[in-house]
Design a protein around this ligand. Structure first.
Ligand SMILES: Nc1ncnc2c1ncn2[C@@H]1O[C@H](COP(=O)(O)OP(=O)(O)OP(=O)(O)O)[C@@H](O)[C@H]1O
Ligand SMILES: [Mg+2]
Length: 257
């Protein structure tokens, strides 16, 4: 089976600093990848390269078999297929929740309002925020706003979702409600690349853990193998910093099909 996303011999520099070094990573449709690694190892840069927020230096990057590098790629088109959610949610304060969500579907994708609204409302129900559709962002908690940001991205019908530390700025009591949404997406078969510092969540949601250090992928394993028996000293040191043994309750673990 050919991969939905494939980085091959992928290199990225900022000036003379090589931040991604010969990265090879193939992601199958429906796969959930969690990228771990110390600060500055290149996790965000890798995600940003995948939707054209950063430009690669050399190598190959394919989405659904199409090479994106070395030619005039329409990155706006790619971004409709590759949704990304960051730490900060950037909702428009003067627009209602529903209008924030509908902006992309109506203005960028030029879809019918009734059809897009029906999808937006269904997604809001799925994340437990249907009753907030007419609220303004300032009336919502950080966790609620982040769930809206996820819905906004999902309403473009992306083929893959990228999450970069989406709970890092939230109060602890709001982290769980956002992680639950991502777990739900995993159960629904969404292809995802996730950067997180929530180790119990990483272990529960991932099909594969990719561990990076200094711009390279140095380990890839299923979560059980990675968390119980990391192969490199670097990964061992990294894990020692987290109390990852506080496993998520079993009911949250991804149901393996
Ligand atoms: N726009 C930029 N210009 C120059 N250097 C950059 C830029 N963005 C990132 N870097 C550098 O590239 C390296 C990788 O950064 P990146 O943000 O991808 O790391 P990260 O793994 O996401 O770290 P963190 O866990 O702290 O978010 C770091 O050394 C960083 O300082
Ligand atoms: Mg980062």
């Amino acid at each position: 089976m050919s991969a939905l996303i494939e980085f091959k011999g992928f290199n990225k520099y900022f000036g003379s600093h090589q931040v991604l070094n010969n990265v090879d990573l193939a992601v199958q449709a429906g796969e959930v990848i969690v990228i771990l690694g110390p600060s500055g190892c290149g996790k965000s840069t890798l995600l940003r390269c995948l939707n054209g927020l950063e430009v690669a230096h050399s190598g190959s990057l394919c989405l659904a078999g199409d090479e994106l590098l070395g030619k005039a790629t329409d990155w706006r088109q790619v971004r409709q297929q590759v949704g990304m959610v960051f730490q900060s949610y950037h909702l428009f304060g003067h627009m209602s929740v529903l209008d924030n969500i509908l902006l992309g579907p109506l203005k960028v994708q030029r879809r019918e309002r009734a059809e897009a609204t029906a999808q937006a409302e269904a997604l809001l129900r799925r994340v437990g925020l249907w009753d907030k559709r007419d609220a303004f962002p300032r009336q919502l908690s950080g966790g609620q706003q982040q769930r809206i940001a996820i819905v906004r991205s999902l309403c473009m019908n992306p083929r893959v979702m990228l999450f970069d530390e989406v709970t890092a700025a939230l109060d602890p009591e709001m982290v769980k409600e956002v992680l639950e949404v991502i777990l739900d997406l995993a159960r629904g078969g969404m292809t995802m690349l996730i950067v997180t510092h929530e180790m119990a969540f990483a272990r529960a949601v991932a099909d594969r853990i990719v561990f990076m250090d200094a711009g390279r992928i140095i380990e890839q394993h299923n979560p059980e193998a990675f968390f119980t028996n990391p192969q490199t000293a670097r990964a061992q040191q990294f894990l020692e910093k987290f109390s990852y043994v506080e496993a998520m309750p079993k009911s949250h673990a991804k149901e393996l099909s």
